[in-house]
Design a binder for this molecule. Structure first.
Ligand code: HXC
Ligand code: NAP
Length: 282
C-alpha cells in the first residue's frame, strides 16, 4: 500500500513479533525498507522467524529474547537495537496473553498472568522506549494493539478486557503528555484475524466447529493479515504524522453490528418485509 522505501533507515521493535499478526506486520515493514527487531519469550521461535523473514524480504532482522514483564529485559532490547541499528524509531506493542473462561472459574492468579503481559508489559515497554527517546531528544512512535472489547468489555475474557482497556487509556494519556517530546501514540483494534495463537486459546477444542467468527462480521469474513499490516504500516509511518491518540478499528463492522439494537433484523426474509410493507399504516 505504501511507497517502497517508506521505512528506509528506520528501526522498529515489535513485541511478540515471532508469530501471528506481529510477524505479518513485521514482514510488510521489512518489505518497505525497515530494520526490524522482534522480541518475545521463545528465542528459538524468534530465530526461525528472523531467518525466514530475512530470506523472504532481503531485510535485516534482530531477534532478542525478552519477557515484557521484566523491565530490565526490555532495556536490554533497546540497548541491543542501538548496538545493531543505532537507534529505535518506533515500537509496536503487540505481545499479549489470553484465554477464555467463565470468570468464576478463574483463580486470582489467572488475572495476573494475562494483565501482567498485556498491560504491565505494554507499560514497561512504553516507559523504557519513551525514556530513551526523551533522553536522546529524538521523536518516536508507539502503536499499541488492543481489541474492540477494550471499550465494550466482554464476558469470558475478563482479564484480557481489563488489560486492553488499560492499554487504550495508556495510549490516549501519553498521546497528550508526550506530544511535547514529539512522541505519538496510537492504537489499532482488530476484529477476528486467524492466528494459531488466538484461535487455539479463544476457540479451543470443539468450539472452533461451533462458532464461526466470520458469521459475526457484516462483511461476512475474517480479516486478512495484509489488511492489518497496511493499517499498521501507515500508523507507524510519517504519513500519519498528524494522528495522535487515535484508536482505529479494523473488524469488518463486527462490534457495531453486535451493538446495534436492530442488527438481528438481517434474519427477516424479503417475503416478510413485503408483507410488513403491505400492512404499513393499517
Ligand atoms: C483458565 C487458566 C488458563 C485457561 C492458564 N490459566 N490457562 N485459567 N483457563 N485456559 C491460569 C492457570 O490456572 C494459572 O493459575 C495461571 O493462569 C497461569 O497459568 P500458566 O499455564 O502457568 O501460564 P503460562 O504458562 O505463563 O501461560 C500464559 C498464558 C498462555 C497467557 C496462559 O496462554 C500464553 O503464554 N499465551 C501467549 C500467547 C497468547 O495468549 N496469544 C493469544 C492472544 S489473542 P493458577 O492459580 O492455577 O496457578 C488475543 C485476541 C483478542 O488477545 C481478541 C480476539 C478477537
Ligand atoms: P500470538 O501469535 O499468540 O501473539 C502473541 C505474542 O505475544 C506471541 O508471539 C508471544 O510469544 C508473545 N508473548 C506472550 N507473552 C509474552 C511475554 N510475557 N513477553 C513477551 N512476549 C510475549 O497471537 P496474535 O493473534 O498474533 O496476537 C497479536 C496481538 O493481536 C495481541 O495483542 C492480540 O491481543 C491482538 N489481537 C488479535 C486478534 C486476532 O484475532 N488474532 C484480535 C484482536 C487483537 P512468546 O510465547 O514467545 O512469548
Amino acid at each position: 500500500m505504501l511507497k517502497s522505501g517508506t521505512f528506509k533507515g528506520k528501526t522498529i521493535i515489535i513485541t511478540g513479533g515471532g508469530t501471528g499478526l506481529g510477524r505479518s506486520i513485521g514482514k510488510y515493514l521489512l518489505e518497505l525498507g525497515a530494520n526490524l527487531v522482534i522480541t518475545s519469550r521463545k528465542k528459538e521461535v524468534l530465530d526461525k522467524t528472523a531467518s525466514e523473514l530475512e530470506q523472504q524480504t532481503g531485510g535485516k532482522v534482530l531477534a532478542v529474547a525478552c519477557d515484557v514483564r521484566k523491565y530490565e529485559e526490555i532495556v536490554n532490547v533497546i540497548k541491543e537495537t542501538e548496538n545493531r541499528f543505532g537507534k529505535v524509531d518506533a515500537v509496536l506493542n503487540n505481545a499479549a496473553g489470553n484465554f477464555i473462561s467463565p470468570t468464576e472459574r478463574l483463580s486470582h492468579r489467572a488475572f495476573d498472568i494475562v494483565v501482567d503481559i498485556v498491560l504491565r508489559g505494554t507499560y514497561y515497554t512504553t516507559l523504557a522506549a519513551g525514556k530513551n527517546w526523551i533522553e536522546r531528544k529524538q521523536p518516536g512512535i508507539f502503536l499499541n494493539i488492543v481489541t474492540t472489547y477494550a471499550w465494550t468489555g466482554s464476558g469470558y475474557v475478563v482479564p484480557s478486557a481489563c488489560g486492553k482497556a488499560g492499554v487504550l487509556a495508556l495510549t490516549r494519556s501519553l498521546a497528550v503528555e508526550w506530544a511535547k517530546y514529539n512522541i505519538r501514540s496510537n492504537a489499532i483494534a482488530p476484529g477476528p484475524f486467524p492466528t494459531e495463537g488466538a484461535w487455539s486459546r479463544l476457540l479451543p477444542g470443539e468450539l472452533v466447529k461451533k462458532f464461526d467468527p466470520a458469521k459475526r462480521v457484516p462483511l461476512g469474513r475474517v480479516g486478512e493479515h495484509q489488511e492489518l499490516a497496511n493499517l499498521a504500516a501507515y500508523l507507524l509511518s510519517d504519513y500519519s504524522a498528524y494522528m495522535n491518540g487515535e484508536v482505529v478499528t479494523i473488524d469488518g463492522g463486527e462490534w457495531l453490528k453486535n451493538g446495534g439494537e436492530f442488527s438481528h433484523l438481517e434474519m427477516v426474509p424479503n417475503e416478510m418485509w413485503d408483507m410488513l410493507e403491505k400492512t404499513r399504516g393499517k
